[in-house]
Write a protein that binds this ligand. Structure first.
Ligand SMILES: *[C@@H]1O[C@H](CO)[C@@H](O)[C@H](O)[C@H]1NC(C)=O
Ligand SMILES: *[C@@H]1O[C@H](CO)[C@@H](O)[C@H](O)[C@H]1NC(C)=O
Ligand SMILES: *[C@@H]1O[C@H](CO)[C@@H](O)[C@H](O)[C@H]1NC(C)=O
Ligand SMILES: *[C@@H]1O[C@H](CO)[C@@H](O)[C@H](O)[C@H]1NC(C)=O
Ligand SMILES: *[C@@H]1O[C@H](CO)[C@@H](O)[C@H](O)[C@H]1NC(C)=O
Ligand SMILES: *[C@@H]1O[C@H](CO)[C@@H](O)[C@H](O)[C@H]1NC(C)=O
Ligand SMILES: *[C@@H]1O[C@H](CO)[C@@H](O)[C@H](O)[C@H]1NC(C)=O
Ligand SMILES: *[C@@H]1O[C@H](CO)[C@@H](O)[C@H](O)[C@H]1NC(C)=O
Length: 443
């Protein structure tokens, strides 16, 4: 766009324009100055680059070259403090390479130690070729966010990590690490997010004590860690409000239900927890009644355990629950009074149990259901007409039951409303008769 110059420029205008020019000049000088990176830090990054043997995605191609390339602050994955110019963040994580390649392959050089102001270090989903986690990371005293997940590190976690007292988020998941003690973790009292999934913690008897003493912990994921199930007798149960909102301890093969002793005795935890995943832990016996008090729970996964007996009626009163997975257990009985008042429920999976009786008519009160899986049970009788009122349903799986009726009727029922949203339905291995009508194509 061309702005026509005024034909006459008055004294007044000139003065204004020159002040404006001066202002712009100062501003542009200031921003240039601000984003210029510190020479020593630039050198440290170039040294890091030299430690990378393969860069399958060309991530580091913008790094280096000429002195006048804008400084390291413009390099991919680098963020500088806009006032001091110090490198604040290295974000080279989570980039897809395709063909099973990791983007970066090589070693992490100690030169990063020169980045004294680093707050954010993400090297996840690269391949550091089975090297140990570099010890020097523990000297990056300002680090707040450390993500080394899926990076091909092996060996020990340096206990000096306990020095990273500003760390709020730590993700070391999916590395072949051996851990004998989590003592260092107990010193990281600023932590709010911790992910240690897929790390063998079978020797860490006091893991629960350590994580329950982290005062600001909100999110904890320790899936597939071979966690010992025993609850230390010295464990204190906190009645005060806990900060923990998200707890995932899936695939640990606990084998006994002592985890519940902690969960339900710590009223602060049980009343504030929003997300709980305990799938695949060989948890035996009946579903404990402690869930009754978990008023904030929105996501509950108890699938692939050894629960038996009836689904407790109180589940129906868990108004906040939106995702419930009880699949692959040994639950029996009818479900006619289990899910009455679960207005928020959008995902319900009870497949792979021994549940029987009829599919209850009241299923239609679960108005927000998107995913309903009743397959691999002993449900009999007809598909209730009310199921057609589930207008948000996208996934309906009724296969491997003993349901009866004319398929034409079933399709008729679904065509009331569900068909608008439905993407999948399974009816196989029941005792339906008739054939699926052609109208199915309009689904
Ligand atoms: C400078 O950085 C701070 C904190 O990272 C940010 O809030 C602010 O918007 C930035 N200022 C400019 C001019 O980019
Ligand atoms: C760590 O990085 C991976 C890949 O980028 C990402 O999926 C994950 O959410 C990150 N972890 C945390 C705690 O932010
Ligand atoms: C780091 O922690 C170790 C013990 O784990 C301690 O001996 C050392 O002095 C600490 N270093 C710093 C810089 O705080
Ligand atoms: C580790 O767990 C946290 C919390 O659930 C999550 O945000 C993060 O994405 C997980 N990391 C990976 C690599 O999936
Ligand atoms: C927590 O509260 C329950 C009653 O609500 C009480 O029996 C128990 O002793 C309390 N525990 C602690 C550690 O204060
Ligand atoms: C609470 O802890 C006590 C003692 O450790 C135990 O006997 C009781 O069964 C626990 N309560 C629950 C609900 O697990
Ligand atoms: C269910 O119970 C049967 C018989 O008691 C047992 O063989 C089977 O392993 C149990 N299944 C699960 C998932 O616990
Ligand atoms: C299935 O239903 C038929 C009658 O419709 C009944 O004879 C049969 O025993 C039932 N099978 C099971 C496993 O419930």
């Amino acid at each position: 766009m061309i702005i026509p110059l005024p034909i006459k420029i008055s004294q007044h205008h000139l003065c204004f324009l020159s002040i404006l020019w001066l202002f712009l000049a100062i501003l542009s000088h200031a921003t240039q100055y601000n984003i210029e990176c510190i020479r020593e830090e630039r050198e440290a990054l170039l040294q890091f680059k030299r430690g990378i043997q393969e860069d399958h995605c060309g991530i580091l191609s913008s790094w280096g070259g000429h002195e006048d390339d804008g400084g390291c602050c413009k390099w991919r994955g680098i963020i500088c403090n806009n006032l001091t110019g110090h490198v604040m963040a290295i974000n080279l994580g989570g980039i897809e390479a395709g063909n099973d390649h990791h983007c970066l392959e090589g070693r992490v050089t100690t030169s990063l130690l020169k980045l004294k102001h680093l707050k954010y270090l993400d090297l996840s989903f690269n391949n550091f070729l089975g090297q140990p986690i570099p010890n020097f990371i523990s000297s990056l005293a300002n680090l707040e966010h450390l993500n080394l997940s899926n990076s091909g590190f092996t060996g020990k976690i340096p206990h000096e990590f306990g020095n990273l007292s500003h760390l709020t988020s730590l993700d070391l998941s999916n590395n072949k690490l051996v851990v004998k003690s989590l003592g260092w973790l107990s010193r990281l009292t600023s932590l709010s997010v911790v992910n240690l999934s897929d790390i063998d913690l079978s020797e860490v008897q006091d893991w629960l004590q350590i994580v329950t003493n982290l005062p600001f912990l909100e999110v904890l994921k320790m899936d597939s860690c071979y966690l010992p199930s025993t609850i230390p007798s010295s464990l204190s149960y906190k009645n005060s409000s806990s900060t923990l909102r998200f707890l995932s301890l899936a695939y640990n093969s606990f084998g006994d239900p002592s985890i519940f002793q902690w969960l339900f005795n710590s009223s602060g935890v049980s009343t504030h927890l929003v997300h709980l995943d305990l799938c695949d832990n060989s948890l035996p016996g009946s579903i404990p009644s402690g869930f009754r008090k978990m008023h904030s729970l929105s996501y509950l996964d108890l699938s692939s355990n050894a629960f038996e007996g009836h689904i407790p009626n109180y589940f129906g009163d868990m108004h906040s629950l939106s995702h419930l997975d009880l699949s692959a257990n040994n639950l029996s009985g009818s479900i006619s009074s289990c899910f009455k008042n679960m207005q928020s429920l959008s995902y319900l999976d009870v497949s792979g149990n021994l549940l029987g009786g009829q599919i209850p008519e009241m299923i239609s009160s679960l108005k927000h259901l998107i995913h309903l899986d009743l397959s691999w049970n002993n449900f009999h009788g007809r598909v209730p007409k009310t199921i057609g009122k589930l207008c948000s349903l996208q996934f309906l799986e009724l296969s491997y039951n003993n349901l009866t009726g004319d398929l034409t009727d079933v399709i008729q029922i679904l065509s009331v409303c569900s068909h608008k949203s439905l993407r999948f339905f399974g009816l196989e291995n029941n005792h339906f008769w008739g054939t699926i009508p052609n109208t199915i194509e309009t689904f």
